[in-house]
Design a protein around this ligand. Structure first.
Ligand code: SAM
Length: 241
């Protein structure tokens, strides 16, 4: 059997023998851009049922049909890690979402803080970035990008059993790092360009399940900080080891 050279996310049930109809954009991508045709094989995943090679059985300009073969990979769930971050400029927010999907976040929570500049996000566009990142990196899971929420509201309903890796720029250069603390449910908190306010910082420091952490001796931009924090978390508590 030919090896799939393209991976495609589809919002469709998958299983051996299952046929999957393509929408216009998917058909254009596979047949117009990637130049595939009838008989070629594509790797499909839907974020729920693992990965299936699928053979093209109909190829048109605006539509197409694939048929799933035997499952090639099971679903691999990431650790139960949320990335909670304050949106910044568009391109940098896109970068954070893309990297969160690649680095194995289970959920992406944009949150507005007192010093957040950008009060609006396009959730659908960010979700599309997460899907594209999963397609590229070989992930079988796609983290959900949920609606923007105010940080204080998020904390009002915070579950007791979810730990917070609180990346506090006030600790720049301090020794506070992440240790293998108890619990498997975690969230990383990254502030906006202006940082966390004193009130937000005090609230997080007062929470038993929040773990203030320094990301080294330099102040990082929020997008760099998000990647650094996910790297640190994955190394100490995640699925890298
Ligand atoms: N304007 C703030 C200042 O000058 O102190 C810097 C905010 S920083 C650009 C954005 C976010 O990245 C911070 O709120 C924090 O969550 C994280 N961050 C950046 N550098 C960090 C560090 N060295 N230690 C911990 N967190 C850091």
């Amino acid at each position: 059997m030919k090896q799939a050279k393209v991976r495609l996310y589809v919002d469709h049930p998958l299983g051996q023998g299952q046929t999957v109809s393509l929408d216009r954009d998917q058909a254009h991508y596979l047949f117009g851009v990637m130049r595939l045709g009838v008989g070629d094989v594509v790797a499909l995943f839907n974020g729920r049922e693992g990965e299936f090679p699928a053979r093209v059985i109909e190829a048109g300009k605006r539509k197409g049909v694939l048929e799933c073969l035997e499952q090639s990979r099971p679903l691999h769930m990431p650790p139960d890690l949320w990335l909670c971050f304050a949106p910044i400029k568009k391109a940098r927010t896109d970068f954070i979402v893309e990297k969160a999907a690649e680095m194995g976040a289970a959920l992406i929570q944009p949150m507005s803080t007192e010093f957040t500049n950008s009060e609006r996000i396009r959730r659908d566009r960010l979700q599309a970035h997460a899907i594209e990142a999963a397609e590229q990196c070989g992930g079988t899971y796609v983290p959900e990008v949920v609606d923007l929420m105010r940080m204080d509201k998020l904390l009002d309903a915070w579950p007791d059993d979810r730990q917070i890796m609180f990346c506090d720029e006030a600790l720049v250069g301090a020794a506070e790092t992440l240790t293998a603390a108890s619990g498997h449910r975690w969230a990383i908190f990254i502030g906006p360009e202006g940082g966390f306010s004193d009130r937000e910082r005090a609230r997080l420091h007062a929470m038993d399940n929040a773990h203030p952490v320094s990301l080294g001796p330099r102040i990082l931009r929020a997008d760099t900080a998000a990647v650094a924090a996910m790297t640190m978390w994955q190394q100490v508590l995640g699925d890298w080891g």
